[in-house]
Design a binder for this molecule. Structure first.
Ligand code: SF4
Length: 352
């Protein structure tokens, strides 16, 4: 269902995901209201009672073998977010529902404490923010990410954070303490330096300038904070790759990564509509280039690969050359897993 561009929101469509068991359709019921403007979308937060919070996955990078997501849905509303599809499991749309109907796990820190206390637990870094942003705006009030980091700091447990929010600065005290023991790595994701484009692309994330400021604050406090240029979107922002890396370097980043845009399943429809709405003259070029980079068809748009066409290879070369020139990614040191100590019994008892 197409709707007007909602102020401060990303999606221009409200569509069902493949996991939804119901479908909705806007119909004319004879009252002449079908074309009336819908009421504004307000953010709601529903409490989710989870049974466990650590997710495990096969990951080439050990930083991401375990993850914890305190929230479902993300108010940042990035149009390209691949986590959108998962909102279908809740029978909610991957369009504006993903950005406005949020779920929070207030028990996350308690559950984490219980999982870390199990004799069978084996320490490996826990990544915060693999699916939804741990510092999205509702964290200001719910503070679940902070509670989780408090438990990890108490246990000297390594963690990594990926965020598009300057709110990460709030937890500088804990992060600096963890950094002293080589227990934390932060990545701030910067897609573009163009504030106007970022506002359309990632409407409720911090502005690029604010993200870079946060990067500087963290690095100056001794918290290693690199940059993720994610996702790179050809024809729209790929020309900025070197400039983003340069800006990150100037704000203290010593590590960097990038990823290509992925558009699995319904996300393609959502992204295409956003392009047609905001950048109609570039839309066909962007989509065609994307297909070329993903094997020439729509079927490959959701792939994880970095692509093997000439554009992808050129992008990889540009990234390597820029990182080499700026001295990025020279000191990759694994986080410490040897200092972990299970949570105290006193903290455990507080669970019951
Ligand atoms: S900040 Fe991350 S999780 Fe949130 S919408 Fe953007 S890409 Fe998705």
């Amino acid at each position: 269902m197409k709707h007007e561009v909602a102020k401060g929101r990303g999606a221009t469509l409200q569509i069902e995901g493949r996991f939804e068991s119901v479908a909705r359709e806007r119909i004319d019921d004879g009252w002449g209201t079908a074309d009336e403007e819908l009421p504004p979308f307000k953010t709601t937060v529903t409490v989710e009672r989870a049974k466990s919070v650590i997710q495990r996955q096969d990951a080439s990078n050990p930083l991401f073998s375990q993850s914890l997501n305190a929230y479902r849905g993300c108010e940042h509303g990035c149009i390209y977010c691949f986590a959108r599809s998962s909102h279908g499991y809740l029978n909610l749309s991957l369009g504006l529902d993903f950005e406005t109907k949020l779920f929070a796990k207030p028990d996350a820190a308690k559950l984490l404490r219980a999982e870390l206390a199990k004799p069978s637990y084996r320490c490996a870094p826990i990544a915060l923010g693999t699916n939804t942003d741990p510092y999205q705006p509702i964290e200001r009030e719910w503070k679940i990410t902070r509670q989780v980091i408090e438990v990890l700091a108490e246990c000297k447990h390594p963690l990594s954070i990926v965020t598009k929010s300057a709110l990460v600065e709030r937890d500088l005290d804990l992060l600096a303490q963890l950094a002293q023991d080589n227990l934390v790595q932060v990545y701030i994701s910067v897609t573009t330096l163009d504030a106007e484009l970022a506002h359309k692309l990632e409407p409720r994330a911090s502005s690029p300038r604010r993200r870079l400021q946060a990067m500087r604050v963290l690095n100056e406090a001794g918290v290693p904070c690199g940059v993720l240029v994610a996702p790179v979107i050809s024809f729209l922002i790929d020309a900025e790759l070197e400039n983003v890396l340069q800006a990150a370097h100037e704000h203290g980043a010593r590590s960097a990564g990038y990823s290509l845009l992925r558009l699995p399943y319904e996300l393609k429809e959502l992204f295409e509509d956003w392009l047609a709405t905001h950048y109609p003259l570039k839309a066909a070029h962007v989509m065609n280039r994307l297909r070329e980079m993903r094997g020439g068809s729509d079927a490959g748009l959701g792939g994880y690969s970095r692509g093997n066409d000439q554009f992808s290879e050129l992008l990889a070369q540009r990234f390597q050359i820029a990182c080499g020139r700026l001295g990025l990614n020279l000191d990759d040191m694994p986080l410490d897993t040897g200092s972990f100590r299970p949570p105290s019994r006193a903290g455990q008892m507080a669970l019951f």
